[in-house]
Ligand binder design. Structure first.
Ligand SMILES: Nc1ncnc2c1ncn2[C@@H]1O[C@H](COP(=O)(O)OP(=O)(O)O)[C@@H](O)[C@H]1O
Ligand SMILES: [Mg+2]
Length: 97
């Protein structure tokens, strides 16, 4: 996997979910740690395209995930809450997935 964040950040209105990040990740296993609400889930969702960056770009294996219509065929995702695995709480998210 080749994961690149180019100044990628996410805001929901005035709430900042993830400050803009620039990084390149190629390691086979990567752990992400942080306090509740620090942006871990938002970070993961950017990688598979379930969340789009409000600013900047996310490039996964050369594919620009910032494109509104792009999903990630090569990124699997296990949801934190199993009840959200198949039917997501928001219809828009379910269709996007
Ligand atoms: N869909 C959303 N709408 C509004 N705020 C959100 C949304 N998703 C996440 N946030 C906010 O963004 C911040 C980061 O959340 P999240 O990525 O879930 O953190 P973590 O997974 O590290 O607990 C939190 O303040 C959270 O409340
Ligand atoms: Mg989380």
């Amino acid at each position: 996997m080749d994961i690149r964040f180019e100044g990628a950040g996410v805001s929901f209105g005035a709430r900042v979910a993830l400050e803009p990040l620039t990084l390149a990740l190629g390691e086979k296993r990567i752990g992400v740690i942080g306090l509740n609400g620090s942006g871990k889930t938002t970070f993961a969702r950017l990688i598979n395209g379930l969340t789009k960056p409000s600013i900047g770009r996310v490039i996964v294996n050369g594919r620009d995930m910032s494109d509104e219509k792009t999903a990630a065929p090569d990124v699997g995702f296990i949801f934190q809450s199993p009840q959200n695995q198949i039917i997501l709480p928001i219809v828009r998210d379910d269709i996007a997935f």
